[in-house]
Design a protein around this ligand. Sequence first.
Ligand SMILES: NC(=O)c1ccc[n+]([C@@H]2O[C@H](COP(=O)([O-])OP(=O)(O)OC[C@H]3O[C@@H](n4cnc5c(N)ncnc54)[C@H](OP(=O)(O)O)[C@@H]3O)[C@@H](O)[C@H]2O)c1
Length: 315
Amino acid sequence: METTAERDSFRYTKIPLTNGSGVIPALGFGTLIPDAAATISATRDALEAGFRHFDCAERYRNEREVGQALQAGLAAGGIAREDIFVTTKLWNSNHRPERVEPAFEASLDRLGLNYLDLYLIHTPFAFQPGDEQDPRDQNGNVLYDHGVTLIDTWRAMESLVDHGRCRAIGLSDISLNELLPIYESARIKPAVVQVEAHPYLPETELLEFCKDKGVVFLAFAPLGHGMRPGPLEDPVISAIAARVGKTPAQVLLAWAVQRGTALLTTPRTAIRARENHNVSALPEDALDEINRIQTRQRFNEVVKTGSPGFIPQGS
Ligand SMILES: NC(=O)c1ccc[n+]([C@@H]2O[C@H](COP(=O)([O-])OP(=O)(O)OC[C@H]3O[C@@H](n4cnc5c(N)ncnc54)[C@H](OP(=O)(O)O)[C@@H]3O)[C@@H](O)[C@H]2O)c1
């Protein structure tokens, strides 16, 4: 029988970041929620349920609402800024080095914070620089920027750490092949890599690299973006859930923590926030069964084009 202390130590798991830049809570709340009012209530509910890691992005266009909910929640709960971990991301249209610091400052301003725990390059794809987040030609094709390389952008990210405004930096939607040259030439190594991962897309090779180098692997879509059919309805997951007395979502989130990753999940109600935070360690045989699932499926194509799959056009 699991004790409360054991359960708390599991659901409040923290993973150390490289360069002594602190720790990241394994269970993270993602703020990719298109509706402003829903962003505020879901962020507040997540904080109340125990989430202490919040993942934002300028592209989500709701940093102001997330910031508002966090300020109110911290004040109401007597929680200090240092007790939460906040990430946001540099969008594709801001990859030119001279655009990085202004984009970072604008995000901080919208969030109402004076430092960030983590700043990520949202995707390795540079779009035409400017304020249009989804620049397209007259045929609807994305306008890429071939005048900047990822390492140029990375150097500007390193300066943010030098100036003390951001404790750690990393990348998102990146493959191992794209990560390797950045990792090799980085003066400040990436602390975190955020990619889609779940039992249908375990990304084992990238995970092994990250473990070897001390880079935190941060999984988004741990529930397969909630899509059905998908991991939430997988018969192996359902059978384990019934056996251990947990929900399929709790099984998937526990698996992610136990394989040494941090994760992002997006519960939108207070009930789901409590469910998704109330995770417990699974027995070894359950982990083995999940690792033997053969289905392979990617739910988000952002990694192929830099265009997000789940943000309505023009929003
Ligand atoms: N780097 C990137 O390019 C990128 C891309 C996508 C996402 N992200 C980040 O990752 C975060 C996580 O998003 P996600 O979509 O990957 O999260 P997710 O938790 O895998 O999926 C969210 C979906 O699962 C459903 N859900 C949540 N809890 C559930 C539960 N207990 N039982 C059943 N269904 C449940 C939700 O349904 P309802 O809608 O009914 O609540 C929602 O449709 C985002 O908010 C964002 O911060 C990053």
